[in-house]
Design a protein around this ligand. Structure first.
Ligand code: NAP
Length: 271
């Protein structure tokens, strides 16, 4: 007999092939949910299907590039055909960008906004009709502590996540009357593929961070807890929370801290 806070609920997760999305798939499955798993790497999605089926979940994997409108439309058609509707949408897929604002290529910046922001809007718009078919729907937008405070050499990514934060607040108010809750989960530094796959301004590389990283499973556990409690805003890791508070109350002091971070962040600066 399945048990848990999400028994029989259908959860669609973007970026479910690795990292936080993959861990979230396992965490919701462990709470009784069924999954719709979306990402571009189909082989990895099939592995995740096997993992969550092992936990008793039903799961559908859909190869989907969320920057492509036709892929997103097909994702929703397949989700509808298999499960009839959705209870939760986890907008998790994301892409990073490293380098000073001066060196960011416009194309890279647009790509980062395309994945983190425009595609999130596209997926949300497409999912809403399916969410409205079930009572108590929920949208969880995965932001970052960097969506709350800009840091040097991460300006493009910070800006894209800050846009997600603002959109989340607007959407929350717009959907409240329909009983659809909209949450923001902002992970701190997490051990995933994120730093390998992100874009870099030409000649810029980040040195390995001395900061302790959370595991993707820890982030997923916090996400499921926020989801269960309908917690509107979750900022993860103690340094992440300290950063957000310091920025709110002593922004000038935090500017000085941020300025000093640059030397420690850069590994190599070249052509
Ligand atoms: N790791 C961190 O330190 C950290 C900190 C704060 C916030 N975050 C946020 O957490 C979220 C998950 O990142 P992660 O750390 O788990 O990194 P990750 O392991 O690199 O996962 C990123 C996921 O996004 C998917 N994705 C990327 N572009 C896509 C596209 N065009 N269409 C569909 N899926 C796409 C990838 O799947 P495919 O490549 O298979 O398509 C992958 O499953 C992101 O929103 C990220 O910004 C991460």
């Amino acid at each position: 007999m399945p048990s848990g806070a999400f028994v029989g609920r259908v959860v669609l997760i973007t970026g479910a092939s690795s990292g936080i999305g993959r861990a979230a798939a396992r965490a919701y499955a462990a709470q009784g949910a069924h999954l719709v798993l979306a990402a571009r790497r189909e082989e990895l999605l099939r592995e995740v299907v096997r993992e969550v089926e092992g936990l008793g979940a039903q799961a559908l994997a859909v190869r989907c590039d969320i920057t492509q409108a036709e892929d997103v439309a097909r994702l929703m058609r397949e989700a509808e055909a298999r499960f009839g509707g959705l209870d939760l949408l986890i907008n998790n897929a994301g892409l990073g960008l490293f380098g000073p604002v001066e060196a960011l290529a416009e194309e890279q910046l647009r790509q980062v906004f395309e994945v983190n922001f425009f595609a999130l809007v596209r997926v949300t718009q497409a999912a809403l009709p399916l969410l409205r078919r079930r009572p108590g729907g929920q949208i969880v937008n995965v932001s970052s502590v960097l969506g709350h405070r800009g840091l040097p050499l991460l300006g493009g990514y910070c800006a894209a996540k800050a846009a997600v934060n603002m959109l989340t607040e607007s959407l929350r108010a717009e959907l409240a009357a329909e009983g659809i809750s909209v949450l923001l989960v902002s992970p701190g530094f997490t051990e995933t593929e994120f730093r390998q796959t992100r874009l870099h301004a030409q000649g810029w590389r980040q040195s390995p961070s001395p900061l302790k990283q959370m595991s993707a499973d820890e982030v997923a556990a916090a996400m499921v807890k926020a989801s269960r409690k309908h917690r509107r805003d979750t900022v993860l890791t103690l340094p992440g929370r300290v950063m957000v508070l310091a920025n709110r109350f002593v922004p000038g002091l935090f500017d000085q801290v941020a300025r000093r971070m640059i030397d420690r962040m850069v590994q190599r600066k070249g052509s």
